[in-house]
Design a protein around this ligand. Structure first.
Ligand code: MV4
Length: 506
């Protein structure tokens, strides 16, 4: 086993990997930018090395510099986390060429899955169902029209180099094809430096369901079953769960076998995720493969009991997976809420500030994978995700209740967060019934972020003003500028207690 691992990342995922290392008696090396000099991952690692200025292009994306640090400090392997260098083929290759181990898939598999058209060709060859469409980039609009006439409108133009919805255009009739193709090409060129676009039939109202796979370097590839990821906004997932209410044991087996076939066809090992669209009839289509550990991996860990990060490290070191597919049975229900520094009451505007108070939920079945603490400064250099709140319970209903309870316990002061938004989702009847698909959140957003009954905001503000006035009468010596509550209480039930608690804190 490795004696020392460098973590080429920051925030909650760096802490997650450091925790796995410590449990495995492996030394950890953190790297950090100017902005992260006092970040928790720097303190928790056994060693930490400054690698550059705050912008990620000058620090967390400096692959060669990070490899130099690993060699100098005697680390044998590098864990890339997610984002940053995690899906850069050149980095995985450079790590290998430096005589170190990249804790992830081989560079060849990253390259094969990085091109959407190449991934589709690979899938078709492996008899993996894909959405009807082309597997080669389009030459012109006439070609797209021919596909549309074969499968019917709407169609979807997609960037071959794409991901995250960039360079994507829905086309509803023949007249829209030419301008949509031009727009998709322009967007793809800007985002990926490659204007290749292909076409698929547009699937209306599907769920986004993905399969976690885990493979060793001796030919074992396992499906760790599905995650339901339909609750997303502008291609950013906000809530994930495992299992999915829409996945029957038959679909689970078929989708799992399909994901294993796709991964094996790419020569994959380590942890990876195959994304699918699942329609209302139980038909599923392979979309793409993410060749990294994903943000939402904890829900899979909680329902399978398998520590994905520890197994990533073990298989990277050459160990064999000791599990059999039939031993992997989902137990209970897990839900994750991404706690971001975005203000739901203000169009999810990114919020910045100094974390002046933090109360983290605990109690039965609650897990907090966080990257902030009291004293953290939340800026705009990196992703707005502050933490993930994850719960596990015997049933979906119990998990929703538990998440609601945990969110009520959560207090973050000094920066706006998505907490209240998540509370409203947990209270939503459609969400509770599991009636969700990829468009659900954007359709419901207005009502979820503005559910205050008329007059409640004013009433809540009046109560808070009275509390503040009362406190100031008893403690007139207060000096700092925090005289108004930073969060407007969002609904009855939790708002009064919270207002009083915030006031007591001040
Ligand atoms: C689709 C689709 C409908 N039909 N492909 C969005 C990002 C990229 N990973 C693929 N995406 C989609 N591809 C066909 N043929 C709908 C989406 C899509 C989506 C997929 C997953 C999660 C959220 C989504 C939100 C909007 C559109």
């Amino acid at each position: 086993m490795f004696k020392k691992i460098l973590i080429a990342n920051r925030g909650e995922i760096a802490l997650r990997v450091i925790r796995a290392c410590r449990e495995m008696n492996i030394k950890s090396v953190a790297v950090y930018s100017d902005a992260d000099a006092r970040a928790p991952h720097v303190r928790e690692a056994d060693e930490a090395v400054h690698i550059g200025a705050a912008p990620s292009a000058e620090s967390y994306l400096k692959g060669e510099r990070i490899i130099e640090v690993a060699k100098r400090l005697g680390a044998e392997a590098i864990h890339p986390g997610y984002g940053f260098l995690s899906e850069r083929e050149w980095f995985a290759r450079a790590v290998r060429d430096a005589g170190l181990v990249f804790i992830g898939p081989p560079p060849e598999a990253i390259a094969a899955m990085g091109s959407k058209t190449e991934a589709r060709q690979l899938a078709v060859k492996a008899k993996v169902p894909v959405v009807p469409g082309t597997t080669e980039p389009l030459a012109d609009a006439a070609e797209a029209r021919a596909v549309a006439e074969q499968f019917g409108y709407p169609i979807l133009l997609k960037a071959a180099a794409g991901g995250g919805g960039k360079g994507m255009r829905v086309v509803r009739d023949a007249n829209e094809i030419a301008p949509a193709l031009e727009a998709a090409r322009r967007e793809a060129k800007n985002a990926f430096g490659d204007d290749a676009v292909y076409v698929e039939k547009y699937i209306v109202g599907p769920r986004h369901v993905e399969i976690q796979v885990l493979g060793d370097q001796h030919g074992t590839m396992l499906s760790l079953n599905e995650r339901e990821c339909s609750i997303q906004r502008r291609h950013q997932k906000m809530i994930e769960e495992a299992p999915s209410v829409a996945v029957t044991p038959e679909i689970r087996r078929a989708m799992g076998e399909t994901a294993v076939r796709a991964a094996s066809a790419a020569g994959y090992y380590n942890a990876g995720t195959c994304e699918f669209l699942l329609d209302g009839d139980g038909k599923f289509y392979f979309l793409e493969m993410n060749t990294r550990l994903q943000v939402e991996h904890p829900v899979t860990e909680l329902v399978t009991g398998i520590d994905l990060v520890q197994w990533q490290i073990r298989v990277a070191a050459g160990e064999r997976l000791p599990f059999k597919q039939k031993e992997i049975v989902p137990r209970g229900w897990a839900i994750e809420c991404r706690i971001t520094s975005e203000d739901p009451a203000n169009g999810f505007l990114p919020s910045t500030g100094h974390v002046s108070y933090l109360h983290v939920p605990t109690g039965p079945g609650v897990r907090w994978d966080g990257g902030i603490e009291v004293g953290s400064d939340v800026g705009l250099f990196y992703d707005p995700m502050l933490a993930k709140l994850i719960v596990h319970a015997p049933t979906r209903d119990a998990a929703v209740d538990r998440m609601h309870r945990a969110l009520l316990e959560l207090t973050i002061e000094g920066v706006e967060s998505s907490r209240d938004f998540h509370l409203r989702v947990m209270e939503d009847a459609e969400f509770r019934a599991g009636k969700i698909e990829i468009q659900w959140l954007e359709r419901r957003l207005a009502s979820l972020t503005n559910v205050k009954p008329p007059g409640e905001t004013a009433r809540a503000a009046a109560v808070v003003a009275a509390l503040i006035a009362d406190r100031d009468r008893h403690a007139p010596q207060r000096t700092n500028g925090h005289t108004t509550p930073s969060a407007t209480p969002a609904s009855s039930g939790d708002s009064w207690a919270r207002a009083a608690r915030l006031d007591a804190l001040r």
